[in-house]
Write a protein that binds this ligand. Structure first.
Ligand code: ZN
Length: 659
């Protein structure tokens, strides 16, 4: 494991104990093999001057809701050290009492709440304390002779302690085990099934020791030829897989009580893991460490070729697990799986939103590695079901989940937007993503691939006039997110002016192809997925030219009229599946790819107007932007319009010919 300490960087943090604490905490946070997403915690013992001008010993410990990777000085809770140390001498304390006492020990009530491990940090008699959930050490401890192996690796330098719940009982365990201990003789404490502590009066030494001890565990795995021997395999998806995936998502969403994303992981490691003969047995023993359960649940669902029964079985088993372990005072969490092993085909990650998906997939990536290491060490061995349940339903852990931000309107929903590289399509993709949706953004412009930096938007190059290209784009989008809830069929082009008398057949064909046929192809390709979607909806980007055509735009007006008519028919045909189909008639949206200042000026001049007059040439005297159209699209796909289908809604500032 690389030591990331750099003298040149550390110099910028030498000005205070807390600043140095920030520096090495971030070094730990940067390594996924040490801590994942908010895991682990660190502290420093220092002094601060109180309002009476007296110096007080303070423990600055990681605050709840902060991540070591990005922590700042404000992310540490300042707690009075003497109080925390005294709390450790109590024989017992309830969770409620501990939470209250930790809060009361703070010198600044505005700071974040101290980590539940604050008391443990307080009793370790060194200035700097580092704590991680290192993969290598935890994986070794999850094997039949884990404790022995760790003792063999570390000898007397590390105190190895059996698993106990985090919080006060863990602080008590360490307190009692170290009463007669000469702290100077050890460099760390390994907690089985949990992680590793290192400490020193120097920030650097404490960090160096963490890297050194973890490296020793990794070396042990390497020497046993376990480190790199992970299963890998390839799987080439077949057409029916995508619909099966969407069905699995539908079943998971039903159990979750809200739409979920279902990301299919077909990388070589995921497929390799799903191909292991004994996968059903080894993957359902338990998690790497109990606090992963909050994100991934205790075990994955196991899915056969038809994945739906496996998702349902998981939910049934989860309810049994709850009933069996509930002491009668707890409320059951949702029984939807957070990930699944799809035998021979890879893994599926289920998540309520994009952010959660990232957390779960990162944990899963580390879990499949740790399970195989544990197997190679004699058999993956985790804590018992009831020990894991205790942590999953521990009120302090549940409180952490409640800190997560409130859900956005389109969390867990999946939207396909065509023509998403510019104008109205781009505005729709951005608006949906900002409201929590996962967006499949398709366009013929190759820039679409790199246009969006958010992980919630997947840019796919697609030729809307080719059915094969459309099918491939839809399958790629479904594999990434699990299905389709909304189709915004927007791609189109505004052709050059031509009278009917001058119109040649090729020109007419081409206009119909992009402004009519391609939309029908998208509806056709998306419908099987929309039937499995959450509050499914189709928006067809039509035109003011349908109710109010103009001379010279015959081909365009005819194509948009045909599109509107097929939308009305689709509304009738798909209504029985709960799929709504609505048409928008925008007009004079000038912030799109086809307009620029020069064209606008020329057009305005033709009508004897200024550019501003031309832009606002409507009853409301207002200009219409692509963001206005996107706003309307989101509203129509939302609850307000839940009972409206087959409607044609103008967005044109008011046009007397339309009215
Ligand atoms: Zn921990």
């Amino acid at each position: 494991m690389d030591n990331l300490w750099r003298d040149a960087d550390s110099k910028n943090f030498e000005y205070s104990d807390l600043a140095m604490r920030v520096y090495t905490s971030r070094l730990l946070g940067q390594n996924d093999d040490l801590v994942l997403h908010g895991g682990g915690n660190t502290s420093v013992k220092s002094t601060s001057t109180n309002i009476f001008g007296e110096k007080e010993p303070i423990l600055y410990v990681k605050g709840s809701g902060w991540d070591l990777k990005t922590i700042e000085e404000a992310g540490f809770s300042p707690a009075r050290l003497a109080i925390l140390q005294r709390l450790a001498s109590l024989k017992s304390m309830t969770d409620t009492e501990m939470t209250r006492e930790l809060k009361a020990s703070m010198t600044d009530p505005g700071a974040p709440s101290p980590s539940v491990e604050a008391i443990l940090h307080a009793i370790i008699p060194f200035k700097y304390v580092d704590h991680t959930h290192t993969d290598a050490v935890v994986a070794i401890s999850n094997s039949p002779n884990g404790e022995q192996i760790l003792q063999e690796i570390y000898g007397e330098r590390v105190l190895v302690l059996p698993y106990i719940m985090p919080g006060f009982v863990l602080a008590r365990q360490v307190y009692e085990s170290t009463i007669d201990l000469k702290w100077q003789t050890i460099e760390g404490i390994a907690l089985l099934h949990h992680g590793l502590f290192t400490f020193s009066d120097s920030a650097r030494t404490s960090y160096d020791r963490m890297i050194e001890l973890v490296s020793q565990a990794e070396d042990y795995l390497k020497a046993a030829d376990i480190f790199s021997g992970l299963a890998t395999a390839n799987y080439k998806p077949i057409a029916s897989d995508y619909l099966d995936l969407a069905r699995a998502r539908q079943s998971a969403s039903k159990n979750f009580g809200a739409p979920m994303l279902a990301t299919w992981m077909t990388d070589r490691e995921s497929v390799g893991f799903s191909c292991i003969d004994s996968i059903e047995k080894i993957s359902t023993r338990g998690p790497v460490t109990p606090d992963h359960t909050l994100q991934t649940k205790r075990i994955p669902a196991i899915l056969e070729k038809n994945p739906v029964p496996g998702v349902e079985q998981f939910a049934t088993d989860y309810l049994d697990y709850f009933t069996k372990n509930n002491d009668g005072t707890l409320n059951c969490l949702d029984p939807a799986p957070r990930y699944a092993v799809w035998k021979g085909k890879g893994l599926i990650v289920f998540a309520g939103n994009i952010k959660r998906r990232r957390v779960i997939s990162d944990i899963v990536e580390h879990t499949i590695k740790a399970i195989q290491w544990g197997e190679a060490l004699g058999g993956w061995t985790t804590l018992t079901e009831s020990e894991i349940f205790e942590l999953e339903y521990w009120e302090l852990e549940q409180a952490k989940l409640k800190l997560a931000p409130a859900s956005a309107e389109y969390d867990g929903r999946i939207v396909v937007v065509t023509g998403a590289a510019s104008g109205i399509g781009k505005a729709c993709a951005e608006a949906f993503a900002s409201q929590g949706a996962a967006v499949v953004a398709v366009d013929i412009n190759p820039d679409i691939k790199n246009l969006y930096s958010e992980t919630s938007v997947l840019g796919i190059v697609c030729d809307a006039t080719s059915d094969n290209s459309i099918q491939a784009a839809i399958e790629e989008g479904v594999a990434a997110f699990g299905g389709i809830d909304i189709l915004v069929s927007n791609a189109g082009s505004f052709p050059a002016s031509s009278t009917v008398e001058e119109m040649d057949s090729a020109f007419l064909d081409e206009t119909m192809q992009i402004n009519f046929n391609s939309h029908v192809s998208f509806i056709r390709a998306c419908t099987p997925y929309l039937k499995l979607g959450n509050d499914p909806s189709v928006i067809l980007m039509s035109s003011k030219n349908v109710p109010a055509p103009g001379p010279g735009a015959g081909a365009y007006s005819a194509a948009k009229s045909a599109l509107t008519q097929i939308g009305r028919v689709a509304a009738m045909e798909l209504g029985g599946y709960g799929i709504r189909v609505n048409m928008l008639h925008p007009n004079a949206v000038f912030d799109t790819g086809i307009w620029n200042e020069e064209i606008l000026a020329k057009r305005a001049e033709n009508y004897g107007m200024t550019v501003d007059e031309y832009k606002t040439n409507n009853i409301l005297k207002t200009s219409i932007t692509s963001h206005d159209v996107a706003g309307l699209v989101l509203t129509i796909c939302g609850d307000t319009f839940a009972k409206t289908t087959g409607a044609q809604v103008p967005i044109d500032g008011g046009n007397d010919r339309v009215i």
